[in-house]
Write a protein that binds this ligand. Structure first.
Ligand code: DGL
Length: 268
């Protein structure tokens, strides 16, 4: 068994969105240590140029590696779209992204061949989902729309407000008109408002949240590379780091994970 099996799983996102991935990984792999990084000082990533997001992600992966991780999970669609292959080239540990698991799940789900995608401006601009979907099935009808305000609603705990309902109606109306039966939540923040999204698009549309699929992928890699933590401790230890002030992150994270979360602010 490699010595690195004692190390942690590293997860990164621009803010609280990647916690949806944290939740699934900690549920599926309860004996693994996890180190989470939310780049709250520089979020949202969505409107930023691709090259800048790529630089931020590489910086964070470097930080996580200094904290002794054995695998890095880019729990951010925008950062995955900006350069997953670069992160892989520049790391000596496995690096996973969130796009492929969502694509696979959507392909398995759609009945009528009409798939919708919502994501940040950066993710939608990259067309990464459309390309992957059409490569697998050129006959698909795919429609993608950016929903930039969703990230801010989640980060500021404003999902349950009349304003959020209005924003959701406006952003999601094109999917109703297009008759999609499957909608990819192409941003890790969006599962945190899945209730409102589902209510707005109606029960006939299946929402794809790639967090579960990515957790399975992490498990597969740890098994294949014999990297599971040999210590079967019930409380393996989670650490949360943020680049901005820790309080707003702690508040949203504690609510979401239903336990008090302490986050440490670091400067990269
Ligand atoms: N949660 C991220 C994503 O999946 C980024 C959101 C943002 O910072 O704009 O794309």
């Amino acid at each position: 068994m490699p010595a690195s099996s004692y190390r942690a799983i590293g997860i990164l996102d621009s803010g609280v969105g990647g916690l949806t991935v944290f939740q699934e990984i900690s549920r599926l792999l309860p004996h693994e240590k996890i180190i989470y990084f939310g780049d709250t000082a520089r979020m949202p990533y969505g409107p930023r140029p691709e090259e800048e997001v790529r630089r931020f992600a590489l910086q964070i992966i470097g930080f996580l590696q200094s904290q002794e991780i054995k695998i890095a999970v880019v729990a951010c669609n925008t950062a995955t779209a900006a350069g997953l292959s670069h992160y892989r080239e520049q790391s000596d540990i496995p690096v996973l992204g969130v796009i492929k698991p969502g694509v696979d799940a959507a392909l398995g789900q759609t009945q009528n061949g009409r798939i919708g995608i919502i994501g940040t401006a950066g993710t939608v601009r990259s067309s990464i989902y459309e390309k992957a979907l059409r490569e697998a099935r050129p006959d698909l009808q795919v429609i993608a729309r950016p929903c930039p305000l969703f990230v801010l609603l989640v980060e500021n705990d404003l999902v349950h407000t009349p304003e959020a309902e209005k924003v959701a109606q406006e952003y999601l109306a094109p999917f109703d008109r297009a008759g999609v039966d499957t909608l990819i939540l192409g941003c890790t923040h969006y599962p945190l408002m899945a209730g409102l999204i589902q209510k707005t698009v109606g029960p006939g549309v299946f929402l794809i949240n790639s967090a579960e699929e990515i957790a399975r992928e992490v498990k597969t890699i740890l098994t294949a590379q014999q990297l599971h933590n040999p210590l079967q401790c019930p409380e393996p230890g989670y650490r949360f780091f943020v680049s901005g002030s820790s309080h707003p992150f702690e508040e949203v994270a504690s609510k979401m994970l239903s336990r008090p979360i302490k986050a440490y602010q670091v400067t990269l």
